[in-house]
Design a protein around this ligand. Structure first.
Ligand SMILES: C[S@@+](CC[C@H](N)C(=O)[O-])C[C@H]1O[C@@H](n2cnc3c(N)ncnc32)[C@H](O)[C@@H]1O
Ligand SMILES: Nc1nc2[nH]cc(C(=O)O)c2c(=O)[nH]1
Ligand code: SF4
Ligand SMILES: [Mg+2]
Length: 207
């Protein structure tokens, strides 16, 4: 079968890397998890910390079920990330992970249609590629990146679209952390429905 069909069916996926580490961000910070990072993203965040992921052609096409088997052999908490993982059909990968007893988390901008079985959805909306409307009420946590002062307003606009049980996080863009965490702190103290998220893995020097 040709590559295009295998990708469309989700039998093969462009995998940039897969690794066992500790979830560094959001509600599950501190939890051991196996990360599967899929290549491909056209959302274009100028501060993206994984620009090497953007071109899907640079990453090998791997058999989705084989990757699932490797991941589940390390840990039953799996984080799908990228790149933008929802560019791809996640059905075969997530069906296999469920068969193997995994809880499946996803890190997504929400800019593409949902697919597969997802137990925990971390939605991180971007102005350059807004989420599809259907994902807002499905998200378990909203993680807004604060790069400048205008991003607080954008965070509120996005939070207004989420469901009532969605946890709300503000996370500084990494290079702006010294400027932005004091502002994020003041904001959260005045608006305690928000929580702070920090990229703790970057302090721990782990992947
Ligand atoms: C690399 S993205 C991959 C998943 C998906 N494309 C997304 O943006 O949600 C994983 C997480 O890292 C965040 N992120 C990316 N670059 C960052 C940076 N420079 N500082 C802080 N967070 C960043 C994203 O907003 C997202 O929550
Ligand atoms: N440790 C660790 N935690 C993370 N949480 C979200 C990440 C991502 O790049 O999606 C990430 C990552 O790259 N490493
Ligand atoms: S959507 Fe995610 S992977 Fe894509 S550029 Fe933005 S932060 Fe990077
Ligand atoms: Mg990361």
């Amino acid at each position: 079968m040709d590559e295009e069909i295998l990708l469309k069916e989700g039998k093969m996926l462009p995998v940039m890397e897969h690794f066992y580490t500790i979830q560094g961000e959001g509600a599950h910070t501190g939890k051991a998890a196996y990360f599967i990072r899929l290549g491909g993203c056209d959302v274009g965040c100028h501060w993206c910390d994984v620009k090497e992921s953007w071109d899907p052609k640079l990453h090998p096409l791997l058999d989705a079920e084989e990757v699932a088997i490797i991941a589940a052999s390390f840990c039953k908490t799996i984080v799908l990330t990228g790149g933008e993982p929802l560019i791809w059909n996640l059905e075969i990968l997530t069906n296999k992970l469920k068969e193997l007893g995994c809880q499946i988390h996803i890190e997504t901008s929400g800019a593409y249609a949902m697919s597969g079985i997802l137990d925990w959805i971390t939605l991180s909306p971007k102005k350059t590629g807004l989420p599809k409307p259907e994902i807002y009420t499905k998200a378990h946590e909203l993680k807004m990146i604060i790069f400048n002062n205008n991003d607080f307003q954008f965070a509120e606009e996005q939070a207004a679209k989420t469901g009532e049980n969605c946890k709300l996080y503000l996370q500084s863009e990494w290079s702006k952390r010294e400027d932005m965490y004091p502002k994020i702190t003041d904001y959260i103290l005045a608006n305690p429905q928000w929580n702070a998220s920090v990229q703790t893995h970057k302090y721990l020097n782990i992947p």
